[in-house]
Design a binder for this molecule. Structure first.
Ligand SMILES: [Zn+2]
Length: 52
């Protein structure tokens, strides 16, 4: 998992960083002491996807 995808700077699914990116919810990753919430974005191709 690339950090730019978790930072919302590239499509979460394909990594595209060009073109319009739309908010696609958030994902959580385990960190020491709990979980970290990341707000992710999607390119037009994946704009209807949501993380599980
Ligand atoms: Zn994409």
């Amino acid at each position: 998992m690339s950090i730019v995808r978790l930072h919302g700077e590239a499509c979460y699914w394909c990594g595209a960083a060009h073109g319009p990116l739309t908010p696609a919810g958030s994902v959580t990753t385990p960190v020491e002491g709990g979980v970290r919430h990341w707000f992710i974005v999607a390119c037009p191709q994946h704009s209807d996807r949501r993380p599980r």
